[in-house]
Design a protein around this ligand. Structure first.
Ligand SMILES: Cc1cc2nc3c(=O)[nH]c(=O)nc-3n(C[C@H](O)[C@H](O)[C@H](O)COP(=O)(O)O)c2cc1C
Length: 404
């Protein structure tokens, strides 16, 4: 039996219209990806709502069917005011969320955007993913919360934030006046939490989309992270999908053995796009060696150290789903952007590197355009998926890298 692709979203009578950009791609998606094979043995056994549970291993067709890169007349050289041929950099992340370019800033590393407005041309970013936002205010984790690591950092901020109502009261009006779309990163400890935050964001001018941070403990399931379980990941996505018509991005955790069933469950539950990766779980030891260093013991590893893991997750997820993937993890230069595009991402987010150089993301926009011009490309679309196999490859979960 063919799997249902989408969970139908319920429409509540009182719902306001979301203020998302309604620009339609001028030209059909051009990116080709290998056919997605969903062998019965690899279907998530527990499913994700009706969609996944109905899956029967039938191929779902070429991934290019829903690809995101569209050729708009938004030309990078116009925006940058620089010389040379125009390059199409715009990207459609679904449900009308069309970004002028594929360079975003990652949640937790760029505040609410306003903090950087004096030093960065924020309107030139593809989008801003704001700090993690929860239903109620959170004070965050005990200190210390951050430490450096070789080629990265560990953080355990603990989602410190004033809560969704305060965030909207303080920033939404400013965001509504911005050209750059602001995607609100949402966190919670129960499906009800996530759903209620989404409801409050729905229809608010200035909120262009939602990025679900599902790397949170699911209190209803004894603290098991939503992100590591296909059923839980699908269930929270489906519930949020029913609560809002906003473009919905769901952020994958790298702390799993096999990303593919989780990515599929999220797609089947109605997400418009995936973002990957969140931080890798780690610890540091205090100088006295008497205890772990971070107040919360565990932290999330980010920065250049995680890029190979991010590449693997994007590579594998790209072969499993048809919705667009936005890559995150260790981007510090143009080569990192090109690598992520090559393994199937349609856009990238810059995170930890912003702490060292907040102007990096905007520079990457110009560098990507210049790279396309140097290669004689009128669009960056042909850089996407070039390192993907023609047929779905064996995933790392099969132990391919350890095969004698
Ligand atoms: C200090 C800090 C805070 C973060 N806060 C959030 C958050 O609130 N929500 C979220 O989804 N990801 C959060 N992240 C994860 C980043 O968005 C990103 O996924 C991760 O850092 C990997 O990208 P990078 O290596 O470029 O930093 C945070 C990362 C850092 C370093």
């Amino acid at each position: 039996m063919k799997a249902k692709r989408r969970v139908v979203t319920a429409v509540t009578p009182y719902k306001r219209r979301p203020t998302v950009r309604k620009i339609k791609p001028a030209i059909a998606p051009v990116v080709r990806r290998p056919p997605i094979e969903r062998p019965a043995a690899e279907q998530p056994s527990n499913g994700a709502g009706a969609g996944t549970a109905a899956g029967g291993g039938s191929p779902v067709g070429p991934a290019s069917a829903s690809r995101a890169v569209a050729m708009h007349d938004l030309r990078s050289s116009d925006a940058a005011g620089d010389q040379g041929a125009a390059v199409a950099l715009s990207v459609d992340l679904g449900r009308g969320l069309v970004l002028e370019n594929p360079i975003l800033v990652a949640s937790g590393t760029f505040g609410y955007g306003t903090e950087y407005a004096d030093v960065v041309q924020v309107q030139r970013l593809g989008a801003i993913c704001c700090k993690g936002t929860t239903l109620r205010p959170r004070v965050g984790n005990p200190t210390p919360r951050v430490t450096e690591t070789p080629a990265g950092m560990l953080n355990s901020i603990g989602l410190q934030n004033p809560g969704v109502d305060a965030v909207l009261a303080k920033y939404a009006e400013t965001w509504a006046g911005w050209k750059v779309p602001v995607i609100v990163n949402v966190a919670g400890e129960s499906i009800a939490d996530y759903t209620e935050v989404a409801r409050r964001l729905d229809g608010v001018p200035g909120v262009a989309g939602i990025e679900l941070n599902i790397s949170c403990p699911n209190v209803g399931r004894g603290g098991l992270q939503f992100a590591i379980d296909p059923e839980a990941a699908g269930a929270v996505t489906a519930s949020v999908r029913r609560a809002t018509d906003l473009p919905l991005l769901v952020k994958l955790s790298p702390n799993v053995a096999d990303i593919r069933p989780i990515a599929r469950a999220i797609e089947d539950a109605g997400a418009d796009a995936l973002t990957a990766i969140n931080t890798l779980s780690g610890i540091a030891v205090a100088p006295t060696r008497q205890r772990p260093l971070l107040g919360n013991v565990y932290g999330g590893l980010s920065g250049p150290a995680v890029k190979p893991v991010g590449l693997r997750i994007v590579y594998e997820a790209s072969q499993a789903v048809r919705i667009p993937i936005v890559a995150i993890g260790g981007v510090t230069e143009l080569a990192d952007v090109l690598d992520y595009l090559a393994v199937g991402a349609v856009a990238v987010q810059v995170g930890t590197a912003i702490f060292a150089d907040p102007t990096l993301p905007v520079r990457l926009v110009d560098q990507l355009a210049a790279e396309c011009r140097a290669r004689g490309l009128s669009s960056y679309a042909s850089l996407i998926g070039t390192a993907l196999p023609k047929k779905a490859a064996a995933p790392s979960a099969k132990g391919v890298e350890y095969r004698p």
